[in-house]
Ligand binder design. Structure first.
Ligand SMILES: [Zn+2]
Length: 477
């Protein structure tokens, strides 16, 4: 190309080339792997080093956010209501090109920036940095299909507003601290806890002796105990979710995607409780894009689902019917990595109206590349993950037992990658990411930078399998 003549030692990522009216941008790489944004013509960025007949800019968060201001398809946007959506969490900030390749020709709308406050705390990243990685990944791939940005598992209104100011479009409220384990309370105590709720009388009138006709499901009714259980369990959480929603509505009057997630709680959300939550949120003016109930069975991180599949199917059918009857929001499956058993069921039950979130599985793909290409580094990562396991597992639902993992020195180099697949070692690696990134973050990023294509191919294959399982791959081709 005539307008992008770079000195020797630099190459252009051809797909990244963007021609505006008076400007040309592209992503360029030096032979040592260093990347820059090259701009020829009028530059939207501040600073920059003169280079060839333009200027070079480092891949900073500011440059990424400026890029999103001038190129429409790099600005996060809301989920189109007629497409399923999939969250590609990326803890390392280096997986987006692989995620985009996994999409292939599916109709799935990707959330390319998706990290929770908890993950950011563990990885030392910020909402802006997470968004910048997604923007640069889309830039590199020349991806113009649009994507969303999810500030995940928000437990504080301030965090939601911070993400809103940066340009996030999707807000996942996690009110689980306000969810009460009503299953452990009964009889008189439950009645008293219910009566203490400010809206107790109103709730009685709204729910008792009143049938709720849900199309395709039939009539649902609340007994007193069912109402007490649902209201005590979720009443405070609903109030909190409505409060966060109101704050966001003021900050983003043009609209946003809002999810309420109660997936990380001890007891499953029954269909009747789902109806209660959806109806109460609706009454408080909350417009949901998606709701993540706590489904039955073991929804553990990074491994397939386990439990009573018939019960799961029955409840999923009910959850989906309730979601359709209340504003047609999507059902959201968290800890969605590797839940291959559930994907076709979810696609069918929701008729494509789903959201699936994944995060750790992309980190595990990165570790697989390490296991194959740098065995001693992988052993160090496994050792460290094991040593922090007891503390790291506390905030996750996992069942790994480190005792079942073979001593790492006895595993031959060419079998190390199998540890990434096996249940116990996989989960130990999965939750150890905070400490691993703390200690080895830069080394791991350098390693991945020098194995980019292998890393992206692994991600495209593994996440592509997820989308294939969800029966959407090639659906629109
Ligand atoms: Zn979750």
């Amino acid at each position: 190309m005539t307008t992008c003549n770079l000195p020797t030692g630099w190459e252009v990522f051809e797909q990244s080339l963007y021609k505006g009216r008076d400007t040309l941008f592209c992503l360029v790489r030096r032979s040592d792997g260093e990347k820059r944004v090259y701009v020829h013509g009028e530059s939207p960025f501040a600073g920059g080093d003169p280079f060839a007949d333009g200027a070079l800019y480092p891949l900073t968060t500011e440059v990424a956010l400026d890029l999103a201001r001038v190129v429409p398809w790099f600005k996060p946007r809301r989920i189109p209501s007629d497409r399923p959506s999939f969250g590609f969490g990326d803890r390392l900030g280096s997986a987006t090109p692989g995620h985009i390749r996994a999409l292939g020709k599916t109709n799935v709308f990707p959330i390319l920036a998706q990290q929770s406050v908890r993950e950011n705390a563990r990885t030392g990243r910020t909402f802006s940095e997470v968004m910048a990685s997604a923007i640069f990944g889309a830039f590199r791939e020349g991806y113009k299909g649009g994507f969303g940005a999810d500030a995940d598992h928000l437990k504080r209104v301030e965090d939601a507003l911070e993400a809103a100011d940066i340009g996030y479009t999707f807000f996942t409220c996690d009110p689980s601290e306000h969810v009460v384990a009503a299953e452990e309370i009964s009889g008189e105590e439950l009645r008293q806890r219910f009566s203490a709720l400010s809206q107790a009388d109103e709730l009685r009138q709204e729910y008792i002796d009143r049938p709720f006709l849900i199309p395709e499901l039939g009539e649902l009714r609340f007994t007193e105990d069912a109402l007490f259980g649902a209201a005590v369990k979720y009443g405070k959480a609903i109030e909190y979710a409505a409060k966060m929603y109101r704050a966001l509505s003021e900050r983003l009057p043009e609209g946003f995607d809002y999810e309420v997630s109660v997936d990380e709680t001890d007891f499953p959300t029954s269909p009747l409780q789902h109806l209660f939550v959806a109806r109460e949120l609706h009454r408080k003016g909350v417009k949901l894009t998606s709701l993540a109930p706590r489904f039955v069975g073991a929804m553990e991180k990074g491994v397939d689902w386990r439990g009573d599949i018939d019960q799961f199917k029955e409840e999923l059918h009910a959850h989906a019917a309730i979601a359709r009857s209340f504003g047609s929001y999507r059902l959201s499956l968290h800890s969605g990595s590797d839940k291959f058993t559930l994907y076709p069921l979810i696609h069918q039950a929701t008729r494509g109206k789903w959201h699936v979130k994944t995060a750790g599985t992309s980190y595990l793909v990165a570790l697989e590349v390490v296991a194959r290409d740098d065995p001693s580094f992988f052993r160090e990562i496994m050792d460290l993950s094991l040593s922090v396991f007891d503390a790291a597992k506390k905030s996750y639902y996992i069942s790994a037992d480190p005792v079942r993992i073979p001593a790492i020195d006895t595993v031959p180099d060419d079998e190390l990658a199998t540890l990434v697949e096996k249940h116990d070692s996989r989960q130990v690696l999965h939750v150890g990411y905070g400490s691993v990134l703390d200690q080895f973050g830069n080394r791991l990023k350098r390693f991945l930078a020098s194995h980019e294509e292998e890393h992206y191919a692994g991600l495209a294959r593994h996440l592509g399998r997820h989308l294939l399982g969800l029966e959407v791959k090639d659906e629109q081709v």
